[in-house]
Design a protein around this ligand. Structure first.
Ligand code: ADP
Ligand code: ADP
Length: 226
């Protein structure tokens, strides 16, 4: 069984650009996995397809053995995604944004409230619960995105460049939080263009470049090659 199985995935955009050229990738349950690659490599496209936000040209994606085409609603429950862009309404209040997401996943009200409070506390956002999201700093907005992605307790969490542009102190505290989530059993995949981030957090890594996986190995053996 795998947490994520990607088979021969291709994406050709309307412009004719081949963003993914037949990528195959397995991530095991419990892993902390990095997708490393330069800007334009195809990382966001890959995450977009896994989260059913980008249409694939061909290939197959399974999340804990559920094919995203066969059973979208089950795949949705298994997966939490933290995109690069903030895609919540900046006019809404912090707590409401997380509660609304819980509603989207069908959590009962009491459970949604409990889960929201716990996550906002863990991410040091509980004091800001009544603040409109537009008033938050960039780092707080990112943490809000993480809380929102975790509210339905997904088994697989995918983060697209979670610490891009985040200062070193906040980056460390986000790393600590993600390590803890992983230790509690959530499989985590993140994209990054910082080798340091993969080194600090991840066990295994795929390096992607121009829509192709050029390496798929343990972080340890990658570092030994350098
Ligand atoms: P699809 O083939 O998946 O429908 P399209 O090629 O039609 O995707 O593009 C989707 C949207 O992304 C369009 O609105 C397009 O303008 C925009 N877009 C085009 N090129 C880029 C790019 N390099 N990076 C990000 N967005 C782009
Ligand atoms: P990364 O996340 O690794 O920076 P992306 O997946 O965003 O890479 O982009 C991969 C390639 O696809 C790039 O050449 C990018 O310009 C192109 N691209 C991304 N989105 C679109 C789109 N919507 N339409 C056309 N081209 C796109």
């Amino acid at each position: 069984s795998t947490a994520l199985a990607v088979e021969q995935l291709c994406k050709v955009y309307g412009s004719g650009l081949e963003a993914l050229k037949g990528i195959s990738l397995d991530v095991m349950p419990g892993d902390f996995f990095a997708i490393l690659g330069p800007n334009g490599a195809g990382k966001s496209t890959l995450i977009g397809i896994i989260s059913s936000l980008v249409r694939k040209t061909s290939g197959r994606v399974r999340i804990f053995d559920t094919d995203i085409d066969d059973n979208f609603s089950r795949a949705k429950q298994l997966l939490g995604v933290v995109p690069q862009e903030f895609n919540f309404s900046v006019f809404e209040k912090v707590e409401d944004i997380v509660l609304q997401q819980a509603g989207y996943y069908g959590l009962p009200r009491a459970q949604a409230q409990e889960r929201t409070r716990l996550l906002l506390q863990q991410l040091s956002l509980w004091d800001k619960r009544d603040t409109p999201a537009r008033m938050l700093s960039g780092g707080m907005k990112r943490r809000l995105m993480i809380a929102r992605a975790l509210v339905h307790n997904p088994q697989l969490l995918i983060l697209d460049e979670p610490t891009a542009g985040v200062d070193i102190e906040l980056r460390r505290s986000m790393w600590d939080f993600l390590r803890e989530i992983n230790q509690q059993g959530t499989t985590i995949i993140l994209t990054t263009h910082y080798l340091e981030e993969a080194e600090s957090l991840c066990r295994n890594v795929a390096i992607i470049d121009h829509g192709t996986i050029v390496q798929n190995t343990s972080v340890k053996s990658l570092l030994q090659q350098l």
